[in-house]
Design a protein around this ligand. Structure first.
Ligand SMILES: O=C(O)C(=O)C[C@]1(C(=O)O)C=C[C@@H](O)C=C1
Length: 470
C-alpha cells in the first residue's frame, strides 16, 4: 500500500539528474507524436463518442454533482449536449423542454409551475407574486460535459490534435477554467467533475496538463489537492495566481429579499462569508462541487429562491443576472493554482523558480521540522508556503513513558515551497542535508514562479477569462 501510493525517493538528486537527461528524449517524442499509440495507454474506444468529453450514460446526467456535505435535495442534471466547444447558441427549445421534463420528473419543480413561454423562449415573471413562483426559462448553452469517474469518460479514446488540452475541475465558467486559459491561452480547456478526474485525465493522456487550485488568500489551502499530489505521480510544472472576483447571481427578475439560500463551492462561500452577512441576506449556505455547476443548476432548475456565488462569466454562460458584483471579503482575493504534467519542467537559473517538496519527518518526530527549515535558512533560501497533512499510512506514533503511560503523537506529511530552482546548488545541498532528517522525501516539481503584476481591476465582466491575474 505504502509502496504503491507513496514513492520513496531516497536519492532525489540522482533521480532529478536522470529526469533531466531523459527530458529531451520525451520532448522529442511528444512533439513528433503527441499521442502516439506507442506511448499512449491502450484505451477502449467508444464509437458512439465523437470526443472524450461527451456523456456516455444518459443516466449519469441525473447524478448530483454537489458536495457530499450537502444536506438538502439534490438533483443536478447536466443538459450539455456534448459539444466540445463553448458556445452560447444552439440550445433548442426541444432540448430545453426535455430538460424540464427530466427536472419535473424528479419533483424538484413540483412547486414551481411552468408558465407557457413567450415566443422568444423566455417567460415573463412577476417576482412580487411570491405565492406562485414561476420558472424563468433560461437557455443553457451547449458546453462541454465535465469528465467524470462515474461514467466511462476516462476510458474513451483521447482525441488527437495539436491543441494543448488542459484539465480543470468544474464546469465551464469555473474559476479554474480561467486559470487554465491563463496558463495556456490557446488551450482546449477540459472540464472534469472532480479533482482526481483531472489528475487521471493527464495520466491517461486524455489531457496534457491539469490546472488545480491549492490555496486561496482568504479561504486557505485546498487540502484535497495536497493529498492527491502525493497519490499521483504528476509533476508541478508551473503556477498561476488568479484574482477571484465573485458575484451574487440569480435568475433574471429575482429579488434579493426573496432569496432563502446561497449555493456555491465551499471555498467561494468562505471567501464571501462576511459580505453575505453584511448584505442582510436571510439565507442558508449550501456547498456545491464548483461555482459554475451551481450556476448551471439554478438556471436549469429554475430556482427562484436560490442565489449562486460564481463568476461574471458563469452569469453570461448560464443566463443569470448579477445581483451583486465583487462580493469577496477582500478585493485582493486570489487563488493559487498549480499546473501539473506527466514530465517535470527543466529547472533553470535565468528566472525566479519555486520548488515544491513533500516529506515525512524522521525518528525525532515533528521536531525534525526545525532542522529541515534551518537547512533552508542557513542557505538563505526563502520559503513561501508550508502545509501539513495527516500521514495517512502511519497517522499515530505511540511513545511509552513507563511512569505516565503512552503518549500518542499525530504524524504528518509536510509540504514545503521554497524560492529556488533545483538547478541551484544551494537547493541541491539543502535537499541532500534534509534527507538526514526525513524518512520520506519527494520533489513535486521545480517550476517558474508566477511573476504577473497584480491586477484586480476590470474583472467584473471579463471578455477574456484569462485576463485576471492577481
Ligand atoms: O468552483 C470554482 O469555480 C473553482 O474553480 C474552484 C475554486 C476552488 O477550489 O477554490 C477555485 C477558485 C476559487 O477560490 C473558488 C473555487
Amino acid at each position: 500500500m505504502l509502496k504503491d501510493d507513496i514513492p520513496i525517493e531516497s536519492d532525489i538528486l540522482s533521480n532529478l539528474t536522470q529526469h533531466m537527461k531523459e527530458k529531451e528524449g520525451h520532448k522529442n517524442q511528444l512533439s513528433t507524436s503527441h499521442l502516439s499509440t506507442s506511448m499512449a495507454p491502450v484505451l477502449p474506444s467508444s464509437p458512439a463518442l465523437a470526443g472524450p468529453y461527451q456523456r456516455i450514460h444518459p443516466a449519469t446526467s441525473l447524478q448530483p454533482r454537489r458536495s457530499s456535505t450537502m444536506q438538502t435535495r439534490c438533483i443536478h442534471q447536466s443538459i450539455y449536449t456534448g459539444q466540445p466547444s463553448i458556445s452560447s447558441t444552439g440550445f433548442s427549445r426541444t432540448d430545453w423542454q426535455t430538460s424540464c421534463a427530466i427536472l419535473s420528473s424528479k419533483a424538484i419543480l413540483e412547486s414551481f409551475p411552468i408558465i407557457p413561454s413567450s415566443s422568444n423562449g423566455h417567460v415573463s415573471t412577476d417576482d412580487n407574486n411570491s405565492s406562485s413562483p414561476s420558472l424563468e426559462m433560461v437557455p443553457v448553452p451547449n458546453l462541454p460535459r465535465p469528465l467524470s469517474l462515474t461514467n466511462s469518460d476516462l476510458s474513451s479514446s483521447p482525441t488527437h490534435g495539436s491543441q494543448l488540452r488542459v484539465a480543470y475541475q468544474g464546469a465551464p465558467g469555473a474559476y479554474s477554467e480561467g486559470a487554465a486559459t491563463t496558463a495556456y491561452p490557446n488551450c482546449q480547456a477540459v472540464p472534469c467533475d472532480q479533482f482526481d478526474v483531472a489528475f487521471k485525465a493527464v495520466e491517461l493522456w486524455i489531457a496534457d496538463r491539469a490546472v488545480l487550485p491549492v490555496e486561496n488568500s482568504l479561504g486557505g489551502s485546498i487540502h484535497r489537492n495536497y493529498d492527491l499530489l502525493l497519490r499521483h505521480r504528476l509533476h508541478i510544472v508551473g503556477e498561476v495566481q488568479k484574482s477571484v472576483h465573485h458575484c451574487l447571481l440569480a435568475l433574471p427578475g429575482v429579488r434579493k429579499d426573496r432569496l432563502t439560500r446561497v449555493i456555491s463551492h465551499p471555498q467561494a462561500l468562505a471567501q464571501c462569508e462576511h459580505t453575505i452577512t453584511a448584505l442582510g441576506l436571510n439565507v442558508v449556505r449550501e456547498s456545491f462541487d464548483d461555482t459554475a455547476a451551481a450556476a448551471e443548476y439554478v438556471a436549469a432548475s429554475g430556482l427562484r429562491d436560490t442565489a449562486v456565488i460564481a463568476s461574471a462569466r458563469a452569469a453570461e454562460l448560464y443566463g443569470l443576472q448579477v445581483l451583486e458584483d465583487g462580493i469577496q471579503d477582500d478585493p485582493r482575493n486570489c487563488t493559487r493554482f498549480l499546473v501539473l504534467a506527466r514530465e517535470p519542467a527543466i529547472p533553470r537559473l535565468d528566472r525566479p523558480f519555486k520548488t515544491s517538496i513533500v516529506f515525512a519527518h524522521g525518528k525525532e518526530g515533528t521536531s525534525s521540522l526545525f532542522k529541515v527549515l534551518s537547512a533552508f535558512a542557513f542557505r538563505d533560501i526563502k520559503l513561501s508556503k508550508i502545509e501539513s497533512r495527516p500521514h495517512r499510512f502511519s497517522p499515530i506514533r505511540m511513545v511509552d513513558d513507563t511512569n505516565f503511560g503512552t503518549a500518542k503523537h499525530f504524524e504528518y506529511m509536510f509540504y514545503l515551497d521554497f524560492q529556488a530552482s533545483m538547478a541551484d546548488v544551494r537547493a541541491q545541498n539543502a535537499l541532500t542535508e534534509i534527507q538526514e532528517y526525513t524518512s520520506f522525501l519527494r520533489v513535486l516539481g521545480s517550476y517558474p514562479m508566477d511573476m504577473t503584476p497584480w491586477n484586480t481591476s476590470s474583472d467584473s465582466v471579463p471578455s477574456n477569462p484569462s485576463a485576471n491575474s492577481c
